[in-house]
Design a protein around this ligand. Structure first.
Ligand code: CP
Ligand code: NVA
Length: 307
């Protein structure tokens, strides 16, 4: 296991299996609060330069329940907001804490931090990737479908950090993935380059949402306007037809499940009927963030302490 978790490409198939297995353990034992002293004496810095409900709270609670201590920083209240570099910030924090969990804009900010310190750096979302979220999504799939690696996952919507992370998940694990975006909103060139290098035939990019969902076992969507992006009428128009609604869901397999990383814009990218309907696993998916954060912390911090 690598020191840092900046992208799912930092993990092997085996690493992901291990994280999911430990997360399932924490889920099964959620009432027993297992490993309450695992992080005793350890402090973890949470740097959030963008808004967060699930990631911040699930990491804070996970650290607390494992006996560790959380130190929270944001852009405005720290010297990052006054231009101190990510490298200098990380080097200073490494003198105090045992790991850094960071939500930021550029993936490069995380890479700079990770390269300048020997403590682990965990990506809590960047403009490019959101690895902790997709690990929780995989745990959700595993809870519902035994052989989840044979399931056809269809990501519908913007070619954003979630789409990119699903692509990296499929690259590492090899399950069939379809990413359908409106024309012009495909994942960025850096991601497509990875794809072409791997020449994976299990990942398909489409622009037709109805064609994409045929035979889908899992339908995944996300906001059309990620944090930091301006809401525009033109973009909304381009996404017509990509809303996850009952009519679209009917084209998927009968037992297909619906996931969304949240926060959702109800009745924009997904209808309330689908979000609250029988095929939605969205709120379980959000809860799974807690178990996965525990597994990530356990594996990354224990691996490091053994070195
Ligand atoms: N899904 C997710 O990361 O949610 P938050 O932005 O609330 O952390
Ligand atoms: N694509 C979304 C994900 C939020 C969890 C964003 O970056 O805002």
């Amino acid at each position: 296991m690598k020191k840092d978790l900046l992208s799912l490409l930092d993990l092997s198939h085996e690493d992901i299996e291990k994280i999911l297995s430990r997360a399932a353990f924490y889920k099964k034992n959620r009432k027993k609060r297992k490993n309450a002293t695992l992080l005793k004496g350890q402090s973890i810095a949470l740097i959030f330069e963008k808004a967060s409900t699930r990631t911040k709270v699930s990491f804070s609670v996970a650290i607390h329940q494992l006996g560790g201590h959380v130190v929270e920083l944001d852009e405005k209240g720290s010297q990052l907001g006054r231009g101190e570099t990510y490298m200098d910030t990380a080097r200073v924090l490494a003198g105090y804490v045992d790991a850094i969990v960071c939500r930021t804009y550029a993936q490069n900010n995380l890479e700079q931090m990770a390269h300048s310190v020997s403590i682990p750096v965990i990506n809590a979302l960047s403009d490019l990737y959101h690895p902790c979220q997709v690990l929780a999504d995989l745990l959700t799939l595993q809870g519902h479908k035994r052989n989840f690696l044979d399931q056809k996952v269809v990501y519908l919507g913007d070619g954003n950090n979630m789409a990119n992370t699903w692509i990296t998940a499929a690259m590492v694990l090899g399950f069939p993935l379809v990413v359908a975006t409106p024309r012009g909103f495909e994942p960025p060139a850096a991601i497509l380059k990875h794809l072409h290098q791997q020449a994976s035939d299990s990942i398909t990019l489409l622009n037709d949402p109805y064609k994409a969902v045929q035979g889908a076992d899992v339908i995944y969507t996300d906001t059309w306007f990620s944090m930091g992006q301006e809401v525009s009428r033109e973009k909304k128009e381009a996404f017509q037809g990509f809303q996850v609604n009952q009519e679209l869901l009917k084209k998927a397999n009968k037992n297909a499940i619906v996931l969304h990383c949240l926060p959702a814009h109800r009745n924009e990218e997904i209808t309330s009927e689908v979000m609250d309907g029988p095929q939605s696993r969205i709120f379980e998916e959000a809860e799974n963030r807690l178990y996965v954060q525990k597994a990530i912390l356990e594996i990354i911090l224990l691996t490091r302490n053994k070195v």
